[in-house]
Design a protein around this ligand. Structure first.
Ligand SMILES: Nc1ncnc2c1ncn2[C@@H]1O[C@H](COP(=O)(O)OP(=O)(O)OP(=O)(O)O)[C@@H](O)[C@H]1O
Length: 228
């Protein structure tokens, strides 16, 4: 599903972000990317969506060679990825259901399909009763649920999350993580960046640890981590 082969990335200012990273992620896995600030976690994720391209090596997502993608193919790739951010990034002037529907409108999905899918994901994230509210009227945890609903409404190949619980309190975070587990149990591959070690242990999934752009450990389960 996801293959990084000897990927190197140095930014224009000389910052080494990834150094000879080789990783294989199977379809249906739930993988946590961990590591200190500046380790290369966000760069790793940006390589998946072609926001960043490697200096050398290849990145493959579901048979697409993302690292050398033709410009006209980029929208096609991004349509197949669901991305969730720490700061939710909802459109403030659209209601909850409009925010989710927007992800399908841009790919010109039929109105009937949009209606059905939006209702289904809202139910999945437990927010059917908030469909007509604006994001500002929701709690942080609820806003993140809307962002997750928007990310999965198009049935992505991979759900990517960059510190999705970074702005939430521990209890709310647990609810969000449970939601990710449910989504993963229905077959969606998940790649999540986090430096919340409590969450890592709680989830007990495969952990890829990065440090100074290198993979320092892989295939350890969350519960095997002790406080550093
Ligand atoms: N656009 C950029 N231009 C120049 N250097 C960058 C850029 N983005 C990241 N870097 C550098 O690349 C390295 C890896 O950064 P990256 O954001 O991938 O790390 P991170 O593990 O996600 O960190 P954090 O946990 O702080 O978000 C760092 O040294 C960072 O300063």
């Amino acid at each position: 599903m996801i293959d990084f082969n000897h990927v190197n990335k140095v930014y224009d200012n000389g910052s080494l972000a990834l150094d000879d990273v080789t990783i294989h992620i199977e379809k249906g896995e739930f993988v946590l990317i961990c590591g200190p600030s500046g380790a290369g976690k966000s760069t790793f994720i940006k390589l998946l969506s072609h926001e960043v391209v490697p200096d050398s090596g290849t990145v493959i997502v579901n048979d697409m060679e993302v690292s050398h993608l033709k410009k006209r193919k980029i929208p096609y790739l991004r349509r197949r990825l669901g991305i969730v951010f720490q700061d939710f990034r909802l459109l403030p002037n659209k209601t909850v259901s409009e925010n989710i529907a927007f992800a399908l409108e841009v790919i010109e999905e039929k109105p009937k399909v949009i209606k059905e899918r939006v209702a289904a994901v809202l139910e999945m994230v437990g927010l059917s009763h908030k469909a007509n509210d604006l994001p500002q009227d929701l709690s942080g945890g609820e806003q993140q649920r809307v962002a997750i609903a928007r990310a999965i409404v198009n049935k992505p190949l991979v759900l990517i999350a960059d510190e999705p619980t970074g702005n939430l309190d521990p209890n709310t975070s647990k609810g969000i993580v449970e939601l990710f587990k449910t989504i993963n149990n229905s077959g969606t591959t998940i790649v999540m960046v986090t430096h919340d070690m409590e969450m890592v242990k709680y989830l007990n999934k495969r952990v890829i640890a990065l440090e100074d752009g290198r993979v320092t450990s892989d295939r350890m389960r969350g519960a095997e981590f002790n406080e550093a």
